[in-house]
Design a binder for this molecule. Structure first.
Ligand SMILES: [Fe+2]
Ligand SMILES: [Fe+2]
Length: 203
């Protein structure tokens, strides 16, 4: 059962002190939480991609791999910020619980919903209170991408049978903000202005 498998996720914890000029800020704690969330999402989506491949959902597999790459971009942004602020990163190594592809897509929908509607709006508000515009910008990048991920997963959930068989379809991922699209009409990323030719293709 999915819930049982996931409750058995194994985690190893490395603890770290986060300080900024000798103080711990809420935004630094939030950066740490976001880093962990994005890292965990990436690990799960890569495991979900393998499961989708095994079940014959080639297009769902490419979708999970592409979105995993976007979450990797977000995690890297947070790690760089934490290091730049003089703190070390905290990371729980996640061994993902994997269920059926249909259940995995639903897990992803629930996770993206939580992040775009609850976690990131709160983190952005706090970062502005802490006058940490770099963190606010990176949280905004992620919130924007998570909204795209939510839509992609929801569309797959509604038409899952149509995603079985056939060839994988590539996505384009922005290397700075994680924007996730099938194709980009503009010459630069509309979220972060990274040139289109820097986007990474994942399938
Ligand atoms: Fe996402
Ligand atoms: Fe971007």
């Amino acid at each position: 059962m999915a819930s049982t498998a996931r409750s058995e996720d194994k985690q190893q914890t490395a603890t770290t002190a986060l300080t900024q000029h000798g103080r711990t800020t809420k935004t630094m704690t939030n950066l740490e939480a976001a880093y962990q969330a994005e890292y965990g999402d990436r690990a799960r989506y890569l495991a979900f991609a393998d499961k989708a491949d095994a079940e014959g959902y080639k297009q769902v597999a490419s979708m999970f791999r592409a979105i995993a790459r976007a979450e990797e971009v977000h995690a890297a942004n947070y790690a760089a910020l934490l290091k730049g602020m003089g703190g070390a990163t905290t990371l729980e190594m996640v061994t993902p619980g994997v269920a059926s592809t249909r259940e995995n897509v639903q897990w992803a929908i629930d996770q993206e919903t939580k992040e775009k509607d609850t976690m990131y709006p709160a983190f952005i508000t706090q970062a502005r209170k802490d006058k940490n515009e770099d963190a606010a910008r990176c949280f905004h990048y992620a919130m924007s991408a998570e909204s795209e991920h939510f839509a992609v997963y929801q569309q797959a959930a509604h038409n899952l049978d149509d995603y079985k068989g056939g060839a994988s379809i590539p996505f384009m991922i922005c290397p700075l903000c994680g924007k996730t699209v099938r194709s980009l009409g503009a010459t630069v990323c509309p979220v972060c202005s990274t040139p289109k030719d820097k986007f990474v293709e994942v399938r």
